[in-house]
Design a protein around this ligand. Structure first.
Ligand code: ATP
Length: 258
């Protein structure tokens, strides 16, 4: 991992009326690093992910992205077109609900090919071959290439969303509860697949989850949020095996008791 962070945020704050959704949050993520943001419902995880990915503007603080040439960009000063370009190329976003990340009126293969076309690929045969390869990689039978995603199970839809996101080899992927809403057995398979793909592609991932087991499996580092603040952060095993903050101790104990 190189020294310069890929994404770096300082002093992020955002209120919704009396609620501090983010309160002076700082975070950094390095190339190839998987960082999980954990905490109970309402702690500010999704808000943080949306602010980091430029989808939501903070009231205070900054987010800086370093491009492949090492040039820093202030995410919230970028124009809308530049941000959209970034989301289509260097960045990917995996939503909890696959419907938010897929085009439901386009075939499975089309969903994958479309993302590639957005980065300039045009050759039909090449697009189809890439779609076939990626369907296989996410364990969807390539004979389903012309099927609409609505015909797929929830787990398959989520795997298709992952294929669509990763086909362009983004450097940084934001994931918001990627296994939320799926059956436990389906979740385990998806986590396993994610772990393999993330390692193979050397992706940097910012993963929002309230599933401590998912964080343990995937993340190098953990940030624990409560009431919009980061109360503890560190290497995953250290935080989970030897939590320092009282809230993290409760969070870990509640998982062990479940
Ligand atoms: N658009 C909004 N308007 C008003 N309050 C909001 C809005 N979005 C989030 N909040 C509030 O901000 C706080 C943080 O919400 P956020 O969704 O970021 O938490 P979270 O940790 O992702 O929760 P969950 O795990 O339930 O998704 C919560 O108290 C939430 O009710």
């Amino acid at each position: 991992m190189s020294d310069a962070p890929l994404l770096e945020a300082r002093g992020l704050s955002l209120r919704y009326g009396p609620i501090a959704a983010l309160d002076e949050v700082g975070i950094e993520i390095h190339p190839g690093e998987v960082v999980a943001i954990v905490g109970e419902s309402g702690s500010g995880k999704t808000t943080l992910l949306r602010v980091l990915s430029g989808l939501l503007r903070p009231e205070a603080g900054s987010v800086t992205y370093r491009d492949p040439e090492g040039t820093p960009h202030a995410v919230h000063s970028m124009g809308e077109a530049a941000l959209r370009r970034l989301h289509r190329s260097d960045w990917g976003f995996v939503h909890q609900n696959p419907r938010d990340g897929l085009r439901m009126g386009v075939s499975a293969g089309g969903n994958i090919g479309e993302r590639l076309m957005a980065t300039g690929a045009r050759h039909y045969g090449g697009l189809r071959a890439a779609a076939t390869e990626w369907l296989q990689r996410v364990e969807i039978d390539p004979s389903r290439i012309d099927t609409l995603p609505g015909k797929f199970s929830g787990g398959m839809q989520q795997r298709l969303q992952i294929a669509r996101t990763l086909v362009t080899h983004p450097r940084l992927v934001f994931m918001d509860e990627p296994t939320g809403g799926l059956d436990v057995s389906v979740q385990a398979r998806l986590l396993d697949l994610l772990r393999t793909l993330v390692a193979e592609l050397g992706l940097a991932v910012l993963l929002v989850t309230h599933d401590i087991a998912a964080a343990r499996l995937l993340a190098h580092r953990l940030l624990v949020m409560r009431h919009g603040k980061v109360v503890e952060q560190g290497l995953t095993d250290r935080v989970l095996d030897d939590p320092q903050h009282e809230y993290t101790q409760l969070l870990v104990a509640s998982v062990l008791a479940a």
